[in-house]
Ligand binder design. Structure first.
Ligand code: ATP
Length: 208
């Protein structure tokens, strides 16, 4: 039918999620190497609070100069301290950021190409972004590995790393929403081989 010939193919979207330091960034860059389009909500969360963006003005309005750095950027450490001790402040920050991040993610997903899209959302369970996904892929490793990698990467103490994990959705709850799981508990070559198999599967599913 001529009127539908140029209609874009519906895009196949995989939501990638996982716990802190489970390897979301590592795994998504392996998929990027294979040609998947990557949309990362952590990257978007940083972009939307750059100077000049409306979300930064809204944060300044809500929380004042105490969360602003001298150079007009968001003082992330100060912001983290505020929300760490004040659950209401956390909710107010999320009320500003979540809709903006969601809209920007949807906009980028509509614009992106590639055989399929991989959309990285650290907290996908319960997020409205889950509705965008055709499949959910969970990056998984055991908690001891997560803690070790977190300590190595960010020079966190073991106690702090454990507290960060404890504040998260449990491994069990994350795995419960998975259509696919990539085990990132081994070395990078093992993970790469698992990613290659999933990539073939997604190219195949996207073409149907
Ligand atoms: P965050 O939750 O903080 O955003 P993340 O889930 O994106 O983290 P990464 O940053 O990809 O996780 O990985 C955490 C750390 O573990 C990094 O230093 C990374 O280089 C390392 N790492 C990830 N996967 C492996 C692996 N298979 N073998 C060895 N090191 C790994």
């Amino acid at each position: 039918m001529p009127e539908t010939r140029d209609a874009p193919r519906p895009r196949f979207r995989v939501g990638l999620t996982g716990g802190i330091a489970s390897g979301k960034t590592t795994v998504s860059s392996l998929f990027a190497d294979l040609g998947a389009a990557i949309i990362d909500t952590d990257v978007i969360a940083r972009e939307v609070v750059e100077p000049g963006r409306p979300a930064l003005a809204a944060i300044r309005n809500e929380f004042g100069e105490a969360v602003m750095a001298e150079d007009g950027t968001l003082d992330r450490a100060a912001m983290r301290r505020v929300i760490f001790t004040d659950a209401d402040a956390r909710r107010r920050l999320e009320a500003i950021l979540h809709p903006v991040i969601r809209d920007e993610t949807i906009r980028q997903a509509a614009a992106a190409d590639g055989p399929y899209q991989l959309i990285v959302v650290p907290l996908l369970a319960g997020s409205p972004l889950a509705a965008l996904m055709d499949r959910i892929l969970v990056v998984d490793c055991d908690e001891a590995t997560q803690i070790r990698r977190l300590m190595d990467r960010d020079a966190e103490s073991e106690g702090q790393a454990r507290r960060m994990l404890a504040a998260q959705v449990s491994r069990e709850d994350r795995l419960a929403i998975a259509d696919d799981v990539v085990d990132n508990g081994g070395d990078l070559d093992e993970t790469r081989a698992r990613v290659e198999a999933l990539h073939r599967k997604y190219v195949d599913l996207a073409a149907r």
